[in-house]
Design a protein around this ligand. Structure first.
Ligand code: NAG
Ligand code: NAG
Ligand code: NAG
Ligand code: NAG
Ligand code: NAG
Length: 412
């Protein structure tokens, strides 16, 4: 048989090959798995997506070739789901739709809604929205004692993931933290969006702890607590291009409350914009309590607009009267720089660097600080305690020029 293997037929074969592999017939069971087409998920806002999603995950995770799960456009209801690894090959979850949580906080047995656990080479993307329907939870009292608030579900948990990308995803109205990153290595959030009211309690945007190599890039966060919060054991973080507000700013800590906290080492916060937030860039630790360390932290190219405390190191952090107020913090702070930070402050104390008397801050640098008070109430001031910062470039207010009242901070 004379088969002419010409250009057109070779293109046809390539096309057929790519279609068959996209359908998962290329061997190993990989390919694209549509939760609606294959597992009967319904975009009707009431049928639980949990089983179809877990079934799709089971198949994708067992595949020896890369697999992708798709949640198409539409509005879905999801009670809860934990997607466990390890998986046999790289795995992707493309969310195009909006996925809604139960509105009732009582519907959750554990403080999580969706969790990704022990996965390597994972990608979550697709422009979709995870809506925690938190409005009912925000009205309830009890966050001062923390037990009620801490039992509320976190929208998205990323636990012990390696080489993970989260791209173009929105977390809306979480009942507690929007995102919790724990024990991860090399995880990037890019074009991520967090959206919740300024009055929503304990709704940190992205909380990072015990992780190495976390990047938060070009991300927009509007919420009722810290936009990004960084807990103990965080290493090699880059926060770049984050816009924050409303919210409580970008915070390291609080540190030194619990036993056996691991050091925070290596954080770069760069090119970020904070508007109407209660803090700008902050490091906080508890008086008394437990030892710890926080070093090699660099805040650079930050714009603040009407921020209550734009630059703050607070080693007398003591909300809910939970500390030994007359003791000093045992968390050692060193190698910390604030460079090119400019804009307006809503309160006079634009720069406040309150360090521990028993462990003074070491190697703190202030370079090119220009912050004006936004209201008519007089000039902005700069206060320092137990620190001798290295100062360079413009300094407005003049570095460490104002006296301080050594009052502990009672507000969260
Ligand atoms: C980090 O993870 C990304 C995937 O998000 C991957 O492309 C990259 O190679 C990983 N980097 C290292 C050093 O493994
Ligand atoms: C700075 O942040 C903005 C987002 O606010 C982003 O678009 C831009 O790419 C970032 N610039 C650099 C140099 O990273
Ligand atoms: C800041 O807050 C003021 C007063 O609540 C409001 O008018 C303004 O729109 C806010 N700015 C931004 C950028 O959210
Ligand atoms: C500045 O923030 C304060 C509260 O933090 C708010 O009351 C005030 O309206 C804001 N002003 C502007 C101009 O946004
Ligand atoms: C602080 O920086 C200096 C100089 O770069 C370095 O030698 C030292 O190890 C750093 N300290 C800590 C605790 O990382």
């Amino acid at each position: 048989m004379a088969f002419q293997f010409n250009f057109v037929s070779s293109m046809l074969i390539l096309l057929l090959l790519s279609i068959s592999s996209a359908k998962g017939q290329g061997g190993g069971g990989g390919g694209v798995i549509d939760v609606v087409a294959k597992f009967g998920a319904k975009a009707d806002e009431k049928t639980d997506l949990s089983k179809p999603l877990l079934d799709a995950w089971k198949e994708a995770c067992a595949s020896t070739s890369p697999a992708k799960i798709v949640i198409p456009k539409g509005i879905y209801f999801l009670s809860t789901a934990t997607l466990d690894g390890p998986c046999k090959a790289p795995i992707e979850l493309q969310v195009e739709g909006t996925v809604k949580a139960p509105a009732d906080p009582g519907a959750f047995k554990e403080p999580k809604w969706i969790a990704f656990n022990r996965i390597e080479n994972f990608k979550l993307f697709g422009g979709g929205v995870f809506d925690g329907q938190g409005t009912t939870a925000y009205k309830r009292e009890g966050c001062e004692k923390h037990d009620y608030c801490d039992s509320l579900p976190i929208n998205l948990r990323f636990d012990f993931l390696t080489n993970t990308m989260v791209q173009g995803i929105t977390s809306k109205d979480s009942k507690q933290f929007h995102v919790n990153v724990l024990g991860c290595k090399n995880i990037t959030f890019e074009h991520f969006t967090v959206s919740a009211p300024g009055e929503s309690p304990n709704t940190d945007g992205i909380h990072i702890g015990r992780s190495d190599g976390v990047n938060v890039l070009n991300t927009d966060i509007k919420t009722g607590d810290d936009c990004v919060s960084i807990g103990d054991g965080s290493k090699n973080l880059v926060i770049n291009g984050v816009t924050c507000g409303p919210g409580h700013g970008i915070s390291i800590g609080s540190l030194g409350l619990f036993k056996n906290e691991e050091p925070v080492d290596g954080v770069i916060v760069k090119n970020c914009t904070l508007t109407n937030t209660s803090n700008g860039v902050r490091i906080k630790s508890w008086p008394g309590a437990e030892p710890g360390s926080c070093s090699n932290i660099h805040f650079e190219d930050i714009t603040v607009t009407n921020v209550s405390s734009p630059i703050i190191i607070d080693q007398k952090y003591c909300p809910w009267n939970k500390c030994k107020i007359n003791e000093e913090s045992k968390v050692k702070l060193s190698n910390i720089s604030f460079k090119n930070i400019h804009g307006t402050s809503a309160l006079p104390e634009a720069v406040k660097i309150i360090c521990s008397a028993t462990l003074p801050c070491e190697n703190v640098e202030l370079a090119d600080i220009e912050i004006m008070l936004s209201g008519p109430a007089g000039p902005a001031v700069s206060q320092c305690s137990n620190v001798k910062p290295k100062v360079s470039g413009k300094q407005n207010p003049v570095a460490c020029s104002a006296p301080i009242g050594a009052k502990p901070t009672l507000a969260a």
